[in-house]
Write a protein that binds this ligand. Structure first.
Ligand SMILES: [Zn+2]
Length: 246
């Protein structure tokens, strides 16, 4: 029975170490993912606005060219006015002049609207850039932190996992599944010791007669409050992560 309890306790200690290595990574992977999503979204928005601005500029340039052409032909019509031979010719020319004038005016108005829109787009693009740069530099930092941690933990983690496999093979199958079940339900802690006459997990007091029973080590005892497996302090005293990994 002593061996059985010891193996369970060792399994807990080794899993504590793995949990700690894991927690050093903390929220970093999640942060990195969130930042990547934000950057993708801002980038998409920037791209759309830049495209719209470009198209507006092109449209405006086309209008300018067309207005220049209309202006030229208008000059020609006006010159021809001096050489008209009859009213019919005169009417046709003034009609053409009016039409091209109207056309020029229309394009001028359109260009004014386009300029306004481009101004707004430029402001929107400008306002998105600082946030984007911030996300990018934050992402760079987080990624480098993560790499650093992963690098320094890699060897240790491999060592701990190797040892864990050895220890788990010593634990009864039935106990392993019980252990894993409690561990999952109780925030990683499945095996605890008696501390100050109380359960080391939930701190509920353990009556003296029950403490005596636990010390006899002829049974697997669960805390009546939290369900964790309680091992006597004597078991824990001889176990340390350093010794386990040595
Ligand atoms: Zn408890």
């Amino acid at each position: 029975m002593r061996e059985r309890l010891l193996a369970l306790y060792e399994l807990q200690i080794i899993d504590d170490e793995l949990d700690q290595l894991e927690s050093q990574r903390g929220d970093l992977p999640q942060h990195v993912r969130e930042l990547e999503q934000k950057i993708t979204s801002v980038k998409g928005s920037l791209k759309a606005k830049e495209l719209e601005k470009q198209e507006s500029e092109q449209k405006r340039q086309l209008n300018v060219t067309e207005m220049e052409r209309l202006d030229e032909s208008q000059k020609k019509y006006k010159a021809q006015l001096y050489n008209v031979r009859n009213n019919k010719e005169y009417d046709a020319l003034t009609k053409s002049i009016d039409q091209s004038e109207e056309e020029i005016r229309k394009r001028e108005l359109e260009n004014e609207t386009l300029i306004e829109r481009e101004k707004i787009l430029a402001e929107e693009i400008e306002s998105l850039l600082p946030g984007m740069q911030e996300y990018e530099s934050e992402l760079k930092d987080k990624e480098s932190d993560l790499k650093q941690i992963a690098k320094s933990n890699e060897r240790q983690e491999a060592k701990v996992r190797e040892k864990r496999a050895k220890i788990e093979s010593k634990v009864k199958k039935m106990d392993v599944s019980k252990y894993l079940h409690i561990r999952k339900a109780k925030d990683g802690k499945a095996v605890v010791t008696i501390r100050r006459n109380a359960c080391g997990g939930c701190h509920n007091v353990i009556p003296p007669n029950r403490q005596l029973e636990i010390r006899k080590m002829d049974h697997l005892y669960n805390c009546t409050s939290c369900g964790r497996i309680i091992v006597p302090t004597e078991i824990a005293e001889g176990v340390s992560i350093e010794d386990l990994l040595a």
